[in-house]
Write a protein that binds this ligand. Structure first.
Ligand code: 3HC
Length: 307
């Protein structure tokens, strides 16, 4: 991959200005590539890191495709402008398989697998390698950010930045305050969120934060309703779209975000809160065990053409 090597860009420290201008995203999956895209679109220099070159190849294709969708919306049929928007935005993204290539940025956002020990190990490494001014953030959706950052020294320059899928479209960013975040870091994170086009809300380090804490019971109750045979999944989906104005019904959304992600989020919220609404749902457990994970596996509650 042509962009994989030779990162020579000069990352000037913005410690004196407190503004985040350079960003590293670790994890080239759906969320990580979306975060890299919105930062690049906003004119920021980005390093996107993933240990697997094939994941970076996929990220490259998805970012270019999604930048084109954004550009088409903005520039309609002006192909020249569309092409230069995509080229310029994508040109701001460097890709690498080595974490060391991204440690000098003003902000590092982690968007890797939802496993506490793996995230802790990464943050401990970043804490050692990154310059003093660098802010570290996790995009975790369900794990406690205080637990993830337990081993780092710069707890004042650490917090949560929780994006929503699809990142280029969803307008919200949850800025999560860890127990030791400084006001300066919090303000810098809020300002950065705004600079990448998001409306920021703030939440303490509580299970599920704001949105997933509310989406969890909604999703769980929909699954139980279907499991009991009260209504078909199709009718429940139609009900919530036409009766509540949601863009997707709960089963379409579960397929979209991934049933494994859904299961993990419910499990963490149950462990942390003990609220029976988050109790394991046999239907969900069974489907995940069978590999029916939603769009990404080709089948969840509905069937999809695998890309
Ligand atoms: N990048 C850029 N643009 C995109 C895009 C992407 N990845 N996906 C869709 N779009 C654009 C399309 O180009 C289209 O633009 P247009 O209106 O100008 O034509 C617009 O978004 C709508 O897309 P589509 O026509 O393809 O499809 P829909 O109208 O069905 O919208 C949707 C798709 C935006 C995904 C909508 O169904 C939706 O908002 N669904 C709910 C998503 C949601 O709830 N997300 C949160 C999940 S929870 C979460 O993420 C938390 C985490 O912790 C798991």
């Amino acid at each position: 991959m042509n962009k994989l090597v030779g990162i020579t860009r000069n990352f000037s420290s913005s410690a004196t200005q407190n503004a985040i201008k350079t960003v590293t995203v670790i994890g080239g999956g759906l969320m990580g590539s979306g975060i890299a895209q919105v930062a690049a679109q906003a004119g920021q220099n980005v390093v996107l890191i993933d240990a697997y070159p094939e994941q970076l190849e996929k990220a490259q294709k998805s970012i270019q495709g999604n930048l084109t969708r954004v550009a088409k919306k903005q520039y309609k049929d002006d192909t020249g402008k569309i092409e230069s928007f995509v080229k310029e935005s994508f040109g701001r993204i460097q890709m690498s398989t080595k974490v060391e290539d991204g440690v000098k940025s003003d902000l590092i956002v982690e968007a890797i697998v939802e496993k506490l020990d793996v995230k802790q190990e990464l943050f401990n490494k970043l804490d050692q390698l990154a310059p003093a001014h660098t802010i570290l953030a996790t995009n975790t959706s369900s794990i406690s950010i205080n637990e993830i950052g337990a081993g780092i020294k710069r707890k004042d320059r650490y917090g949560g930045l929780h994006f929503f899928n699809p990142v280029p479209v969803m307008r919200l960013l949850e800025v999560i305050k860890g127990d030791h975040i400084s006001e300066e870091t919090y303000q810098a994170m809020m300002a950065w969120g705004k600079s990448v086009g998001k409306t920021c809300i703030t939440c303490k380090d509580t299970p599920g934060f704001v949105v997933n804490r509310l989406l969890g019971p909604y999703s769980a109750e929909a699954l139980r309703m279907y499991e009991r045979g009260d209504a078909s999944k199709e009718d429940i989906d139609i009900g919530m779209k036409l009766g509540a104005g949601y863009p997707m019904g709960p089963f379409e959304l579960a397929d979209y975000t991934g049933l494994d992600t859904n299961k993990f989020a419910l499990q963490v919220m149950y462990e942390k809160t003990g609220n029976p609404v988050f109790k394991p749902i046999p239907l969900l457990d069974r489907m995940v065990a069978e590999g029916k994970l939603g769009i990404k596996s080709g089948e969840g509650f509905y069937k999809y053409n695998k890309k």
